[in-house]
Ligand binder design. Structure first.
Ligand code: MG
Length: 179
């Protein structure tokens, strides 16, 4: 194998592909930030959806998150194209309720942000506000079996980041937890 054939991951390409594919699937950072605002507005009345964008961007900057986004979107796209093996094809196409791997992949995002992330993920998964309505509509021919959970997990993680940072601010801690 020549040196040019040796695999080397390019981090900036992974980050750029994550941004590109979220946009292609119709998910904006503001739409995720609106979910974060939904989760945290009762605790921090001064918070705006625009304030939440920086926290969404921080979550999206993590490799674990980028990996989950790309993996989930790839499986959704392959399901739209009918390219998955049976019976996985039908399970993902129909968002089979007993499948569960979509939620498990999304938990790899929440995992980075602790228990507040976990509880918010469960809460938003039940209520499905904002952009999660469209991602769950199953009416536009697109399949978002994985992406709905991933978007919910990014929002839940950003909500956890805000909660921890606000507490650190109250305590005058200059190095906030959860980067
Ligand atoms: Mg799902």
């Amino acid at each position: 194998m020549s040196n040019s054939e040796i695999y080397a991951l390019n981090s900036s390409k992974v980050a750029a592909a994550t941004d590109e594919w979220l946009a292609k699937r119709g998910v904006t950072k503001l739409a995720i930030a609106e979910l974060v605002h939904f989760l945290q507005k009762d605790y921090f009345p001064d918070l705006t959806p625009e304030d939440c964008i920086v926290h969404v961007e921080a979550v999206l900057s993590k490799r674990e998150v980028q990996n989950a986004v790309l993996t989930g979107i790839q499986l959704d796209v392959l399901a739209e194209e009918g390219k998955l093996i049976a019976p996985l094809q039908d399970m993902i196409k129909h968002d089979e309720s007993l499948y569960g791997c979509d939620e498990i992949l999304a938990l790899s995002i929440v995992n980075v942000y602790g228990s507040i992330g976990f509880t918010n993920f469960g809460y938003i998964d039940k209520l499905k506000p904002g952009i999660l309505v469209r991602l769950n509509s199953k009416s536009d021919g697109e399949i978002h079996t994985f992406l709905d959970d991933i978007v919910g997990a990014i929002a839940a993680s950003a909500a956890s980041r805000i909660a921890h940072r606000r507490q650190a601010e109250r305590e005058g801690v200059t190095t906030p937890p959860l980067d």
